[in-house]
Design a protein around this ligand. Structure first.
Ligand code: UDP
Ligand code: MG
Length: 338
């Protein structure tokens, strides 16, 4: 069957998808990048949980350009289980964009995002649905503890949430990852946001609506390795800060202003000193010190501005957020196209 490229491309920012009329109760979105070791185990647990929830459900596995056998495993699940849909992105776009793809495809009244590594237990889904039924538009899942993660990872995550909260204008809940439930109108709102730099934790907070937070204990990964090396995490943090705050730009100007003022005062002091006592030692060290200090401050300010200019450059290209290689939706009884 020939494939319509407009269906396969992630929507360009100018043409974000129109609101969806839901045809099932719940969509579970699962981003996947090289997770062959854990998918089958995850699916078995998820299916068991969903069986105990009333209504029709769909599971959307978003294969974020996996290069191991995840693709074959997912295809097997899809054939065995009509409620499974598989979207394959054309390459690895990163978890944020994989989630964006899933949110655009979801057709449920409520949508849950779940990691495949079983760190976020699917058994919590009924509790999340209860919170949604009592009127919440966003159910945030806060981790009260984390098993199987290094001290460094825990500490950096802790500081990341504290810093970004200090800096950004919207309050981003601490220790809440991407494991959340969204109501249909929250998903429609997220899908309307045009930016291609998608720092999802920021966007999730930005949309507002009534948000409730439940607590849970984060498990260790069931199998496989984390896909977030520290370098990637650092870049992610930088992305988060620059897409949700212009405070760093302001800090740069304050530091620049303070150092210029300091230099002025110091110059006055020098003038007076030279006038009264003369200048027996030629001020070579001071000179070097100042050149270095001011040079450093200027570079810092330019660097911060560069981060923002770079982001504007990327946004201005208005590229689609992701590209699809193929999408086979779940076969739901209520689906007119099924
Ligand atoms: N993931 C993805 N694309 C990526 C990296 C990760 O879709 O480029 C998925 C991954 O398969 C998993 C989820 O995102 O389902 C969380 O990844 P991971 O467990 O590696 O992150 P951590 O829990 O260590 O923060
Ligand atoms: Mg994980």
């Amino acid at each position: 069957m020939p494939i319509d490229i407009n269906v396969l491309a992630g929507h360009a920012p100018a043409t974000r998808p129109a609101p969806v009329t839901p045809i099932c109760q719940l969509s579970v979105i699962v981003p996947i990048f090289n997770e062959e070791a854990v998918i089958a185990q995850f699916h078995a647990r998820l299916i068991q949980v969903l069986a105990s929830c009333p209504g029709v459900h769909e599971i959307i596995y978003v294969d974020d350009g996996s290069t191991d056998s995840s693709r074959q495993v997912l295809e097997g699940l899809r054939q065995a289980c009509p409620q499974v849909g598989v979207a394959r992105l054309s390459r690895n776009f990163g978890k944020e964009r994989a989630m964006t793809a899933g949110l655009e495809m979801a057709r449920g009244e409520a949508v849950i995002i779940l990691d495949v590594d079983l760190q976020d237990p699917p058994e919590l889904i009924p509790r999340m649905l209860d919170a949604w039924r009592t009127g919440a538009d966003v159910v945030n899942m806060r981790r009260t503890g984390r098993d199987g993660e290094t001290m460094i990872k825990k500490a950096t995550a802790h500081f990341f949430y504290r810093i970004i909260n200090r800096l950004s204008d919207v309050s981003i809940p601490s220790d809440v990852g991407d494991f959340r439930l969204f109501s249909r109108r929250a998903v429609d709102a997220l899908n309307r946001l045009p930016e291609s730099n998608r720092f999802m934790k920021g966007l999730f907070a930005w949309i507002g609506f009534s948000q409730v937070t439940l607590e849970y204990h984060r498990q260790a990964r069931a199998a496989g390795d984390s896909k977030w090396p520290y370098w990637k995490l650092w870049n992610f943090a930088l992305e988060g800060v620059t897409s949700f705050s212009t405070v760093p730009l302001r800090i740069a100007s304050y530091i620049g202003f303070a150092s210029a003022f300091g230099a002025f005062v110091y110059a006055l002091y020098f003038l007076v000193k030279t006038y009264i006592w003369g200048d027996p030692v030629k001020g070579f060290p001071t000179l070097i010190e100042f050149v270095l200090l001011l040079g450093g401050l200027q570079l810092m300010a330019i660097g911060i501005m560069g981060e923002y200019v770079g982001r504007m450059y990327l946004e201005s290209k208005r590229r689609p957020v992701y590209l699809l290689d193929a999408y086979q939706p779940a076969l739901l009884a209520a689906d007119p196209s099924a």
